[in-house]
Design a protein around this ligand. Structure first.
Ligand code: B12
Length: 241
């Protein structure tokens, strides 16, 4: 397979927003799947540029002009922005893919604006898109795995992409660095954590709400949590000790 230049956009915001709330909070709403897809694309040998759009970035400048394939993750709130971006990248010669809540809820609408619309997405789905990677216009191609992925890359594999998003989240950054590993574990307990719950869950557990109901999944989940925690304690805990 030829090496592709890939752009991945996680649309947390639907438009520019420089409010204090957006600066402090928006990066906490980042999704896990764009990071997962970035890691899978790199594992397939492609070159990835990853951007979590929180409303502060200049989107036109953030992705290189010459990306050949663009993945966009969007809620329906940001669907209009996603469609406009798809149009822009297509006009520059790129192939575009949408995934996430909007693509799951309204695939028929999204198909009018994207080459690929993804439902459930696992590594095989991504590999299929990477191998096909061609125009599907005027109506895109709907691609979906039969079920949710049974495993997701952990913190170590996703770290490059997590880190670029963490830099945009001043509150959470303080949370993480001040805490020893056993408190990190408590934070990972899926109880309400007003500021850092969503991204912490994604970060440590690989989105526990997304785990498949499988007889070994709990055990596997614990193992992967421990691996993620070990990585995090290496990254944060030991440097403080
Ligand atoms: C956890 C959660 C949150 C968390 C984390 C959100 C996040 N950024 O990840 C928090 C609390 C922050 C949140 C906030 C909101 N949420 Co919410 N949330 C959920 C919930 C419960 C689970 C989603 C999840 O992470 N699943 C785990 C992942 C791994 O699985 P998945 O979502 O099914 O995704 C699969 C595919 O869609 C695909 N995929 C997912 N993302 C991407 C990205 C790309 C690029 C690709 C190719 C594929 C892909 O791969 C996955 C594996 O198969 C869902 C309800 C549900 N049960 O699905 C609602 C849900 C997604 N949320 C919803 C809404 C409306 C919101 C808010 C807009 C609410 C609000 N008014 O503020 C905000 C928006 C936040 C933002 N801008 O980012 C709606 C979305 C509806 C829509 N059409 O957009 C849902 C469906 C709930 C509902 N039924 O109304 N949410």
């Amino acid at each position: 397979m030829r090496k592709l230049r890939i752009g991945i956009l996680d649309l947390v915001a639907k438009c520019p927003n420089r409010s204090l709330f957006a600066r402090l909070m928006n990066a906490n709403l980042a999704s896990i799947m764009p990071q997962v897809i970035a890691a899978w694309c790199e594992q397939e040998g492609h070159v990835v540029t990853f951007v979590c759009y929180t409303g502060l970035e200049n989107l036109v400048e953030e992705l290189p002009d010459n990306v050949e394939l663009v993945f966009i993750g969007a809620f329906t709130e940001a669907a209009q922005l996603a469609y406009a971006l798809s149009n822009l990248f297509r006009s520059r010669g790129a192939i575009t893919v949408i995934g996430g809540p909007h693509a799951r809820c309204y695939p028929q609408d999204a198909l009018k604006y994207f080459d690929y619309v993804l439902g459930f997405t696992d590594k095989v789905t991504i590999r299929d898109v990477l191998q096909d990677c061609c125009e599907h216009r005027p109506i895109g191609m709907h691609v979906a795995a039969r079920q949710q992925p049974t495993a997701l890359p952990g913190v170590r594999e996703r770290w490059k992409f997590i880190e670029s998003t963490l830099r945009k989240a001043p509150l959470k950054k303080i949370d993480l660095r001040g805490l020893p590993p056993h408190q990190l574990l408590q934070l990972c307990n899926p109880l309400p954590q007003p500021i850092s719950f969503p991204i912490l869950c994604g970060l440590y557990f690989g989105a526990p709400w997304a785990r498949p109901r499988h007889k070994y999944s709990h055990f596997r989940g614990i193992l992967s949590s421990l691996a993620n925690l070990e990585t995090l304690s290496q990254l944060f805990g030991h440097s403080r000790a």
